[in-house]
Design a protein around this ligand. Structure first.
Ligand SMILES: Cc1cc2nc3c(=O)[nH]c(=O)nc-3n(C[C@H](O)[C@H](O)[C@H](O)COP(=O)(O)O)c2cc1C
Length: 178
């Protein structure tokens, strides 16, 4: 298949049966033909962020380099994350902290989703603030700041209305990424 665009998905949850992982798998199902999609799966291998390990000219730890290389290849990024205690999961914030200094990601189109049937808006707002501060290009029409999944996802996302919302969000993201 000739893949013309690549979208990378980042899940803020490390849970084995993560509903945000199911949502990202649904993204893969609804994307148009010819659009590549890869879910980043190394968040639990990243060391704790330390600016001393991220100084100018320094070779980053290998898991960080792999993350940066993957995201540099992406035309756009989708983040789907749970909310923990009205904030974003520490593992996801750690991942983002490793990317603050990465100039290759400035202006990268990004969409925010989350799989929670209710709530999640504190985390979405915090993520949006962080990403704008990092100068990523948050695509509002491609993001869902309020819940759109009606029931907790068990297994795979099959709800037609939710899948239609996802399709609309991804269309907006792909338009922004061209
Ligand atoms: C420690 C912890 C704290 C949570 N805090 C919140 C919260 O403040 N607001 C909220 O809407 N959900 C909260 N939740 C629920 C999760 O955000 C929700 O279950 C999410 O869908 C889990 O995502 P996952 O299935 O991808 O792991 C919390 C869950 C955990 C484990």
């Amino acid at each position: 298949m000739n893949v013309s665009q690549l979208i990378v998905g980042i899940n803020g949850s490390l849970r084995a049966a993560s509903s945000n992982a199911a949502l990202l798998r649904a993204v893969a199902r609804v994307l148009p033909d010819g659009v590549g999609f890869e879910i980043y799966d190394g968040m639990d291998t990243l060391p704790h962020f330390n600016p001393d390990l991220d100084a100018e000219g320094m070779e980053p730890p290998p898991p960080v380099r792999a993350l940066r290389e993957l995201l540099a290849r992406a035309d756009a990024i989708v983040i789907s994350s749970p909310e923990y205690a009205h904030g974003i999961p520490g593992a996801l914030k750690n991942l983002l902290d490793w990317l603050v200094s990465d100039g290759a990601l400035v202006d990268k189109p990004v969409a925010l989703l989350n799989a929670a049937p209710a709530g999640g808006h504190y985390a979405q707002a915090a993520l949006a603030e962080t990403l704008r501060t990092m100068n990523w290009r948050l695509i509002d029409e491609a993001s869902r700041m309020e819940p759109f999944v009606r029931r907790k996802i068990a297994g795979e996302l099959t709800d037609d209305d939710a899948l239609a919302v996802l399709r609309g969000a991804l269309d907006a993201l792909l338009r922004a990424a061209t």
